[in-house]
Write a protein that binds this ligand. Structure first.
Ligand code: MEV
Length: 419
């Protein structure tokens, strides 16, 4: 049987969980063993090897966002999140973008920065010159630390020197630029900068303090763009309302923080599902959003010549598909297989597209009906569950709460008592 590798499956949310698993498994060719991971906790021994003082595992719901088409390829998007509406909103936005061809992406090479902080240098200008003169030697020492990476075409490619003024006097900060290929890169970079520290002390005559990766991965940038057809979102009036909403995020950090939080709702969910480091991505994204001195939006929107809305996101995404927790966590490995990801760059381009989709969906709701309407249905179900409703009564009680416009725990408890 020829399987249609589409990411557009109508009525997916109405199917039972088992039916959904069957469908996704046949399209993504998941084995029975892989399918069995979907509702299985992490193995005790593995958990114990991953962190310290293990007493259990903590699970999150894993949903699949549909309709994503990125660079002409359909892709399932696994999302691990505790927040209701995130998966539905991403799928809805991807459906609208899909009508105009989906998401188009670009990304730089996967270059990470390692920092080396040098203190106690009398003449920082001369010491900086000396470091730059010894660049080739320093790159050779760095690359000797990771033959596997250099054999793959990665490795330390360049370095730069910055002079900073501080309350401890002038300090030099060396930036080592490392192409980390398909890894997130922290281990490779940290090993290199630690190995360089004594050599740099010799060259500069100073004292090295910090030697560590920077999470402001502004040499590892990803861009994704999509067109949202005005006729699918309520016409030009809605496009105008949307642009007014986005303007506030551009000029006001208070709004930009929430706007970017909405972006990270999508991004973090995929990052967690693929076993990547979401704190690194959060740190990089927010630092990048403040790169010009004022914290601002990570997305930009405008109207094209036909009145359609064009959206673009640009941010650093230090994601890996080899090494790290994602390589040992079985569910993360299965998620990457489901996405048919073959490089870290491809994963980051998909993740950026999810961030744009999530942001578009949130701002569209905010510019039209408001956010609560979409949140209410699942929220009401959660309230019904919290009030102790039985499995078969949850939907009915949630519907009453919504109809009465009173989605409150007290009212839900009253309704449960009446059963
Ligand atoms: C809620 O998790 C995210 C939103 O607040 C994002 C936004 O305001 O753009 C809805």
């Amino acid at each position: 049987m020829k399987i249609n590798k589409t990411s557009k499956i109508s009525g997916f949310y109405k199917k039972s969980i088992d039916e959904r698993i069957d469908l996704i498994s046949s399209i993504a060719s998941l084995t029975e063993e892989e399918q069995s991971l979907l509702f299985k906790a992490l193995d005790k021994g593995l958990a114990d090897r991953m962190i310290e003082n293990v007493v259990g595992t903590f699970t999150l719901p894993l949903g699949i966002a549909l309709n994503f088409r990125v660079n002409n390829e359909d892709v399932f998007v696994p999302m691990a999140t505790e927040e209701s509406s995130v998966v539905a909103a991403a799928s809805k936005a991807a459906k609208i973008a899909r009508k105009s061809g989906g998401f188009r992406t670009e990304s730089t090479d996967p270059i990470m920065i390692g920092q080396i902080q040098i203190l106690d240098v009398d003449d920082v200008a001369t010491a900086s010159e000396k470091i730059l003169q010894e660049k080739n030697k320093l790159l050779t020492v760095a690359n000797a630390q990771d033959k596997i990476l250099t054999n793959l075409g990665g490795g330390a490619k360049d370095l730069a020197v910055r002079i900073l003024t501080s309350s401890f006097g002038k300090m030099i900060v060396v930036h080592l630029y490392v192409d980390v290929r398909d890894a997130m890169g922290a281990n490779a970079v940290n090993t290199m900068v630690e190995a360089l520290a004594p050599v740099i002390e010799d060259i500069s005559g100073g004292r090295v303090r910090l030697k560590i990766l920077s999470n402001l991965a502004d040499q590892r940038l990803v861009k994704s763009r999509a067109i949202f057809d005005k006729d699918l979102i309520g016409g030009e009036k809605v496009v105008d309302a949307f642009l007014e909403s986005v303007e506030l995020a551009k000029i006001d950090p208070y709004r930009a923080a929430t706007h970017n939080k909405g972006i990270m709702n999508g991004i973090d969910a995929v990052i967690i599902a693929t076993g990547n480091d979401f704190r690194a991505i959060e740190a990089g994204a927010h630092a990048y959003a403040a790169r010009n001195g004022q914290y601002t939006s990570l997305t930009n929107y405008w109207k094209d010549e036909t009145g359609n809305l064009v959206g673009e996101i640009k941010l650093p995404l230090a994601l890996g598909i080899v090494g790290g927790a994602g390589s040992i966590h079985p569910t993360a490995q299965m998620c990457k297989k489901m996405m048919r990801i073959s490089s870290a760059q491809q994963l980051s381009e998909l993740v950026a597209s999810v961030g744009l989709a999530q942001n578009f969906a949130a701002v569209l709701a905010l510019s039209t009906v408001g956010i609560q309407k979409g949140h209410m249905s699942l929220h009401a179900k959660n309230i019904a569950m919290m009030a102790g409703a039985n499995e078969e009564d949850i939907d009915r009680i949630a519907n009453i709460l919504i109809k009465e416009g009173n989605v409150k725990l007290d009212r839900a408890k009253e309704l449960v008592k009446k059963e």
